[in-house]
Design a protein around this ligand. Structure first.
Ligand SMILES: [Cu+2]
Length: 304
């Protein structure tokens, strides 16, 4: 009896290891071809975040730490397929994007919980993360969302769909799409020497409490008027919070969506807590709103 149990355990372990092996193989394959992958659902949907925090973050919706999704527990059951309604898309032209979300067996997911005022948050980046777009497609029913958007150049874009299926956990799925047209030059993602950016007349400064991966890091954004250097304390809620932060590893494999520690803050400071899953270079986009206008401050940091 015990022997039998041990054998079963051994088989299970082997199959788990095999599954993991396949996952990394598949995702590196998708990196190589950079085209839209609609097969290999489980593999493709592997988008990870701050690992062990996941379950807690997802059950407590008001939790203020990151809820970057991790594939192993829940996402593996679902798939997001991103297509262009017209079949193809050209750079600098309005194009209708469709996102089809299905369960493991291919049936559409039809119930979503509203999360920060939206059923689906879509983040689109290009190959070198120089382009970032955060949009909210409309639900059409049958697991399908649609949105009209445009791309600044030809080339490959990674699309992250961030949502909560009703009864499930916060999930992030991703897919690559290819846009026709002249591609922009690829610039390596390089850490900023100074974490101060001037955006739309505002000076945004970012301070990290630590530059170590795998530990809690507080990100403090300080927002000042670029001309007067006065702190701006009249930030407006953007999607129900003082700000939103999206973080991607330089290879766009690790996705973190971080919410503020104090959602009701109005500036000049906005604090966020997260943990970076491994050492390396990350791009951070902080999004805030003033006078009805959203501004996005990008930063690149190295984590040890
Ligand atoms: Cu959003």
């Amino acid at each position: 009896m015990n022997k039998k149990l041990m054998l079963v355990t051994a088989i299970l372990t082997v199959s788990l290891l095999t599954a993991c092996g396949n996952t990394s193989e598949q995702s590196s394959a998708s990196e190589d071809t950079h085209t839209s992958h609609n097969q290999g659902n489980a593999e493709k949907s592997a988008v990870s975040g701050s690992g062990e925090k996941k379950v807690e973050d997802n059950t407590v919706k008001e939790d203020h730490s990151s809820h970057g999704a991790e594939s192993k527990k829940t996402d593996v059951q679902m798939n997001a397929k991103v297509t262009f309604q017209a079949g193809t898309a050209k750079a600098n032209e309005n194009t209708e994007l469709a996102i089809q979300i299905t369960g493991k067996d291919g049936t559409p997911i039809n119930k979503f919980d509203e999360n920060h005022e939206k059923l689906l948050h879509l983040i689109i980046v290009n190959h070198d993360l120089s382009f970032f777009n955060h949009i909210h497609p409309e639900f059409q029913g049958d697991g399908k969302f649609k949105v009209t958007t445009s791309f600044p150049a030809g080339g490959d874009y990674k699309v992250f769909a961030d949502f909560i299926p009703t009864g499930g956990a916060g999930t992030t799925l991703s897919d690559w799409v290819k846009v026709e047209g002249h591609a922009s030059q690829h610039t390596a993602v390089k850490a900023d020497t100074k974490l101060v950016k001037e955006i739309d007349g505002k000076k945004v400064e970012l301070t990290l409490s630590s530059n170590k991966a795998n530990e809690e890091v507080t990100l403090t954004f300080n927002i000042r008027d670029a001309e007067t250097n006065k702190g701006i304390d009249i930030l407006e809620p953007y999607l129900g919070a003082v700000g939103h932060v999206v973080i991607l590893s330089d290879d766009a494999e690790q996705y973190l969506h971080v919410h503020p520690m104090d959602e009701k803050a109005t500036g000049p400071e906005a604090k966020f807590a997260t943990s970076f899953p491994h050492s390396g270079t990350y791009k951070i986009w902080g999004q805030f709103q003033q006078n009805g206008k959203v501004f996005t401050a990008p930063f690149v940091v190295d984590m040890k």
